[in-house]
Design a protein around this ligand. Sequence first.
Ligand SMILES: [Zn+2]
Length: 304
Amino acid sequence: MRAPTPGFTTRFAPAPTGALHLGHAVNALWVWGLARRFGGRVVLRIEDHDRGRCRPAYEQGILDDLDWLGLVPDGLTTDEFPAGPVPQRQSDNTVRYETRLAELDTRGLVYPCTCSRAEIARATEAHEGLELTYLGTCRGRSKDPERVDHEQVGLRVLMTGDAPERFDDLRLGPQSHDPMTQCGDLLVRDRLGQWTYQFAVTVDDWEQGIDLVIRGEDLLASTGRQLRLARLLGRTTPPAFLHHPLIRHPDGRKLSKSSQDTGLAELRAAGWTPTRLFGLAAQLSGLQAEPTPRPIAALADLFA
Ligand SMILES: [Zn+2]
């Protein structure tokens, strides 16, 4: 693994659509451990762009869990967010997203799309387990003011580029992604008028000065499209990426919000301490051989 550039700004960015579980603790270990080791800063971002699935109780649960773990986020240091609120919330950033979208639109990069997910699936030869590639069915469609209504029409951004997106993941090494063959033109606002994850995080990462993204390998495939979108938005210095290993449930399943027995609140109720939890998370991440309890002050030592 290559060391990050010291003094970076990264983020811990849970969605309040469920409770934190062991997988989040692993991500937090990498985020705070690397930040404390290399003099970085951690922005806490509540990714509540999906208003239909977010619940205030989940956000409170996330804050309670972080409090219990002893993980304290740092504030923002950018000019626009001189003493930005902690945490950042995507639901507070609507105007910023509107502004960025308008800039893309001015340059002719945005078009309306009325395709449903089922229609896109029919139009592609998507195989089970692979993501759907949007083939540009609605490209060239004009913005009929009668139809371009937030309630009915999605908006996509043209993702064409001259070459694949190449980046050097700090842990996984050189990568090459071609967004056009992976996903096609990105949906940035859906037919319900909601900002999509890819658009919201790309804008957030830029505006909040995030220059190192630390996240699980399950999100590796979306890196190229985020880099391309960032460039189209005008970000000239893209963030660096580090994708850490994903851990699995002891029975082999992927960890998820439905893995009740690995929820942090459940572990806490069962008598686990943060020190014991970080010890297990470090072992599952391959950062130490045994689940030796690890105090929060010793997380940085894992990245010596
Ligand atoms: Zn379409």
